[in-house]
Structures are given as C-alpha cells and as structure tokens.
Write a protein that binds this ligand. Structure first.
Ligand code: PLP
Length: 433
C-alpha cells in the first residue's frame, strides 16, 4: 500500500488539477494548529514562522468560539439588517485615519482589490493603473492583469504600467534620494499612459512591497508617489492585505509608516484569522460617487459570522497587546538576525518591521548577487528541523518571516538557533565565489 502522503498527492493531482502548487520537496500534511505551532499527521510539531493568515495564532479559541456562537444563531447576508456588521465596520474604520470611514466587505484580498479598482475606474472615469514591477494583488482576470509577478511585461495590457519597486538594497536607487527617484517613475508612468491616450485611475501599492522581497520602503516614497497620481486625477490605493492589522508593530497599517492617507485601503488575509474576510475601505464622498454609478453586493462578504470572526480578531489583538508583541519580539528577531549576519556572509541584508521581516541571502556582499539555490536549501533544511519559512522576491533568495502575532521571545530564539545551525552547515553553503 502506498504511503499516505503519496495517496494524497495522487488524489490531489487528479481532483484539483496541476495548477495548484505545494510548499517543500517533501510536502507537509498538517492536521492541527495551535498558536504558533502546526502539527503534522505523525504528531510532529513545526514552528510557524511564515503564516500571516492565522493572525492571532492558529485556531485561537476566542475567534473559534465567536464563529461557533454566531454560526449557531444566524448567518445571512448584508441585505438584511444586522448589528454585527455595523459594529465590525465601526471598529475596523476606527483603526484608520479620519475620513476613511466606509467599509465594503468581501471574502478575499482579490475581491477587495477588484472592488477598489472598480471604484477607482467608475469614479475617475479613467482606466490606467500603475503598480510595482513584481507585484501580486490577486487571482481574478482584472487583478492578474495588474499582478506583474505573473504577467510578463510584454503581456501587460496598455492601461497597466509597472514602475520599479522601491528596493534600496538591490534596486537602481540606494542613496538618500531614493524615495524621490523611485516616486519619479510614477510621474513617468503617468506620462506614458497619457502618451497612449489613457488617463490614470489608480496607483495600487502593497505598502510593504512584499512580492518584491519585503522591501524597506524609503520614507517619503508612498507620499510622493500618491501625490503624483492625485495630481493626475487618480486614486492612491494601499493594498494592506499583507502588512495590515498591526503586523508591522510600529503602526497598525503599512501606509502609516509614511506621511500619507490613501484614498482607498484594501485588506484581507489576517482579518478573520483564517475565516474568509476582506474589505475595501474608502471615504464617504468616493463611496457615494461610486454608488451613484454602480451597485455592490457580495453574497458572503460581511455576513454575521464573518463579522463575528473579524470582531474577535480585533478584540484579541487589543486585549493581548499583539501589535506591541510584534514590535518587541520583532526587534529581538531583527537584532538576532543581524548578529547572524555578522557571522554568516550569506545574509546580505536584514529588513522589515514587527513580524514582517526579510533576510536576503546573497552569493557575495559586494555584487549582491542572489543566492537563490542556497536560500531554497536553507528553507528545506529549516523545514526538516521543524521550522516553516519560505523564500520571496524575483530571485527567490529572500527568507520571508511572517509568524502569527503570538510568537514569543523564546520561540524567536528557537528559530534563530535553528537558522544559525542551518547556516553553519558546509553542505548547504553557497557555491564558491
Ligand atoms: C499584497 C496582496 N494583495 C492581495 C492578495 C490577494 O489575496 P487573496 O489570496 O485573499 O485573494 C495577496 C495574496 O497573497 C497579496 O499578497
């Protein structure tokens, strides 16, 4: 009889088709989660340094209870009156700057971005969109068109213009004026659109620029880029699907690390701690202008059970002071990674904020050439040692660290210890330079 994992792989291939992918050479078969721990079918536990969706910890009892309680009482949709969705919208928008006070709910980050794009296009009457050059914003037809990670530059429609991600480690601008120089590309993109007879509707940015490698966005970039798009009559859409909800420690939302208030903010992944919940938040004047031209309904978005889950997540974040935990333990992680970098030449750069961190692995600190193969080997070795991470970036050479918000200092030390040992292994070392 084949091993159980083989059977699952075979069934998966048949039933789900080949478009799906799996992490790790030896895929994990997980059956249970608790806090920062995941347990496989054999009872082995893994420290989760990667998953940001179980925001307040895997299977947090207060979130599970909230879903259970509301699920037993009532679950309908937003075409009936219900208090919970309003309580949630109130509590959620209270975390955002004044003016961003209308929340429209959906189930995925893709949908939140779709709606943001629809709003921007309807309200401005324009179609052009500017995004960074290795971005991911979702999986629908319209959003894959602006997800440059998967769409080759020559395949982009004429109304989508990519600009260089503001990467000050390996990108073209690394000096003090990087924010200004990267933002100037947005102005150039606007001119390119105009040259094609297209007006810009929006600039959409993931405020931590995660797909490009959790870039340390130079302060002043977001506000300058936003000013360019607004001058041209378009909206600044902050995609907070990954960085939002306190993960960055310092601030609750990624755009708050800069001096800018977006016109539209999209969010998803961590909002329901695994329960599908997403939102597009905007100003009442924009929401009003959209509603005069269009209509919005989402069967599952904003249902009472989702609202209960979302509320429970916000409550746990606050009562358990998890943003503060991300800040404190995140700083400890950064300093631990910097100490490892002092001993391991392969770590070229450590960056990020709170519990959204990156360690960029390079073949050589001078050239900063990506150590792609090595990074993959490190990820596999960490998995063998019971730690889950993954790589990110165009060259897949950046370790992406994004643990649940309940990671403790002790957990962080365990991770640093295991990473240190992996980096010491001669067998894994990058090829001779
Ligand atoms: C920055 C960003 N935006 C949007 C999305 C899409 O979210 P979803 O997979 O929930 O549709 C993702 C998903 O990875 C993302 O990373």
């Amino acid at each position: 009889m084949p091993h159980r994992a083989d059977t699952l792989l075979e069934r998966r291939r048949k039933l789900l088709g080949p478009a799906y992918s799996l992490f790790y050479k030896e895929p994990l078969h997980l059956v249970r989660g608790e806090g920062v721990w995941l347990y496989d079918v054999n009872g082995r536990r893994y420290l989760d340094m990667y998953n940001n969706v179980p925001h307040v910890g895997h299977c947090h009892p207060r979130v599970v209870d909230a879903i259970d309680r509301q699920g037993r009482l009532l679950n309908t949709h937003t075409r009936y009156l219900h208090e919970l969705v309003l309580d949630y919208a109130e509590r959620l928008t209270a975390t955002l700057p004044d003016g961003l006070d209308v929340a429209m709910f959906s189930c995925t980050g893709t949908e939140a971005n779709e709606l943001a794009l629809r709003i921007a296009r309807q309200v401005t009457g324009a179609t052009g969109v500017i995004v960074t050059d290795y971005s991911y914003h979702g999986n629908s037809q319209a959003i894959s068109e602006i997800s440059t990670e998967y769409t080759r530059p020559d395949m982009l429609p004429p109304y989508v213009i990519p600009v260089p991600a503001p990467d000050t480690y390996r990108g073209p601008y690394r000096a003090a004026d990087a924010a200004e120089r990267y933002a100037a590309h947005v102005a150039v993109a606007i001119e390119t659109l105009k040259g094609r007879g297209i007006r810009p509707a929006a600039l959409m940015l993931d405020t931590i620029v995660s797909s490009e490698g959790v870039v340390a966005v130079p302060r002043g970039y977001l506000s300058r880029a936003a000013a360019h798009i607004r001058d041209a009559g378009g909206f600044f859409i902050a995609d907070e699907v990954q960085p939002g909800l306190g993960r960055l420690g310092e601030r609750f939302w990624g755009f708050e690390l800069d001096d800018v208030v977006p016109d539209i903010v999209t969010m998803g992944k961590p909002m329901g701690n695994g329960h599908p919940l997403a939102a597009t938040v905007t100003r009442s004047d924009i929401a009003g202008a959209f509603a005069r031209k269009a209509h919005y309904f989402n069967t599952f978005g904003g249902n009472p059970v989702s609202a209960a889950a979302g509320l429970a997540v916000l409550e746990v974040l606050e009562t358990d002071q998890l943003q503060q935990n991300a800040l404190k333990v995140g700083r400890h992680l950064v300093s631990g990674l910097e100490q490892l970098a002092a001993r391991h030449e392969e770590i070229g750069d450590v960056r990020g904020s709170g519990f959204f961190l990156a360690a960029e692995l390079v073949e050589d600190r001078e050239t900063r050439n990506p150590a792609t193969k090595y990074a993959g080997q490190v990820v596999e070795r960490l998995r063998q040692e019971g730690v889950l991470t993954n790589t990110i970036g165009r060259d897949e050479n950046i370790l992406k660290l994004r643990p649940p918000m309940v990671l403790s200092r002790q957990d962080a030390d365990m991770f640093l210890d295991i990473l240190d040992r992996a980096l010491q292994e001669p067998a894994l070392r990058a090829p001779p330079r």
